[in-house]
Design a protein around this ligand. Sequence first.
Ligand code: ADP
Length: 841
Amino acid sequence: MTTPEPTGGPQNPKGSLFEGSGQVRALARRLDWSATPLGPVESWSPVLRTMVITCLSSAFAISIYWGPRRAAIYNDAFAALIGDKHPAALGRPASVAQPDIWERESADFDRVTDSGETVTGRDEQRILHRYGYPEECYFTFSHSPIVDVDGSTAGILTLWAETTAAVLYQRRMRVVRELAELSIADAGNTAETCRAALRVLATARETIPFAIVFLAEDGTARRVADYGLSPGASIPGLTDAGAATDAEPGPVAKVLATGQTVEITGLRDRFPHALLPGPLGPSEPDAGIALPLWVTGRTDPIGVLVLAVNPYRPLGPEYRSYARLICRQLGVALTDTLAIEVERLRVQVLADLDRAKMEFFQNVSHELRTPLTLLRAPLQDLLDRAGDRSTAERQDLRAAVRASERLHEMVDALLDFSGAEVGTLKPDRQPTDLAGLTADLASMFRSAAHHAGLAFLVDVPQTPVVARVDRAMWSTIVTNLLANAVKYTHRGRIETALRETGSTVTLTVTDTGTGIEPAHQARIFERFYRADDHSLGAGIGLAVVTDLVRAHQGDIALSSTPGAGSTFTVTVPIADEVAIDDTRSDRGASVTDAADSVSSGSGTESDRPTEGGTTNRPRILLVEDDTDLRDYLDRLLTRDGWDVLAVADAETALSLSDGQGAGGAGLVITDVMLPGRDGLSLVGVLRQNPATARLPVLVLTARHGAQATTEGLAAGADDYITKPFEPQELLARVRANYELAQSRESAVDQAVSRAGQFREAMDSNRVIGTAVGIMMTFHRLTATQAFELLVAASQHTNRKLRDLAADVVAGGRMPLRQTLIDELLRRVGSTGRPATPSPAG
Ligand code: ADP
């Protein structure tokens, strides 16, 4: 049938209204328009005709909905958009011919008609049934009113652009990007990485409604993560790695065995409700792809990834390549995870090795100390008595002594180091006055520095600088830096300074020593690294210091000029809520705090000595000439509960000892080097005085004073401590020595009292024996009868056997009436009479 030529109104320039190419025009020409709500073409409004001409000639998708029933006219581009809805839709009301879009569009159309305004949408989702299945599509559109000649809105002109590809691409790329950004470092292992990847995929369930990951394990596959499955859902061979049917291996097993991708369809019918519908609509997924997961360096798949196909999209090349992309990303993430796993394992093995090494060091250094001490003392002894030996022999001995001293130092360093390593470096932070503590620690080096002819300066603020630090660790930091400064400086000075700079505290230890070559400067913080082979240590100290500083989130830096000296700078943060008591603004108070700090909190308020120091606590006599160190030790010990009597020299100490045994002290601590009489001589005098002979004495020796140590012990000291010392160690040794002395004293007391009892028993035996002898003679009794008589008399008179016997011995006879004696004699079975009648009758 041929459409009659329209008459009147605008004409197609080529002739009739539908003249021209294209299938819609061809169809329009054949269509019986009179059978449509639009009526015969001749009856069409000129406005409609104009719009139709424009629409049909446009390359963009345009549709016109005209009249109250909104009958559709559209062009070829629109026909392509609606798929199999064309040709039936042409000339038909949209509600009939395009029901899938009608529901969404009719409301918009009403708004256009009612308001006369244009309604637009961007990338709006529509589920279209244009190819025989519901399809997820996206459109950008504009619906605008068509005003008829009479001024009414007679139709709607809609322009369409399908943006499905762009929208899907963006969505897919977001997933791929997020997979690429997976934080592998956080994932501990491959299974966790798979789970993290699936969490990303699950954010795009409209694209991938379900997913499952399997990891290969001993030739089979273990499901490690999934989503989108109904609880308890089982699809043989797909939700597990088993067989699909008796005859056929399952897709997962197949993929693992062959490394080839397998596609599965028809799931919806075969396993209804096993798979949960995605967010796009009620359709359950019907198809899936199982892909092999590859990691670099392996020839077999490491696992299998099963991805659902979105039931609202076709399973085509586009989807397949997307699935491969996801799979590749997961493979990359798994490759990284494996690399990190291997690295982590390597680090773990290294750390274990390190720990074992440190434990070994610690054990070995402990074991080495004793034989070393035993070696050094006789060697030194030999050297001292080597006056008559040849120069060469003396030189050999000196070399041996020096070597043993060096060995001892290295063993000490090793012990310090392994101690720091073995205990995990968790600082026990306490608010601490670093100015006071640092000054106290520095004071321990003053005498060593002066001894070496070096100026020794300590420049710390007079007011407290309070920071949260581990006090023992801070002590190690300061003493190591100062020990190095003393070791490597031969002339000039050593300066210790502390400054508060905003939120940090800076400690500098500056020396005018040998300095360090630039090439070594970065490396001296490494373990066992020494700037040159002639260095005086084991290369451990600075490594320990660095570890301790880092444990405080601090930093250590070095600036050094070879030949001119070095400055080590330690910076630690003052941790936030450090409270400073306003009332404690002078040095005295802050030092008390610092001293408190090193006594490891053992002193509670009630432990503190009362004003004037009258306490019942054991007294310590402290003999130290260095004022700073004396004050420091005084505070340290006082805070630990001791009553300290501090003096500057041995003579004063001895003057206190007159009559009351070292000023009533229960323990003596003395420096070896003292002005006038030295500490060892003091020990000797104390030992000779019976009142102080058993008093525990600790001597303080310089670090290099090995000889003094042996001499000290030889002179009768109970223990020695080398300076600089760890405050806790000093306190522990003081307590141990005091307690040891206490138990020694009580053992001596017990021994004395036992000896007394024994003597008494011996005495008694002797007296009783004599009395028995007297009575044997006097009453003509056997020894047994005489003894029984004595016992009977003692019971009768209620007197002690020994006392009665003593009276018998003194009086030469039993001091009782004769009738009573006769009575008792009868009781013991004798009628004995006195050998010689008693004058008394
Ligand atoms: P060591 O026990 O060998 O002193 P350290 O770790 O404390 O170990 O120091 C490492 C090396 O750094 C030392 O061997 C020494 O060469 C160099 N060094 C450390 N402190 C100083 C310093 N104050 N002056 C010169 N050299 C130093």
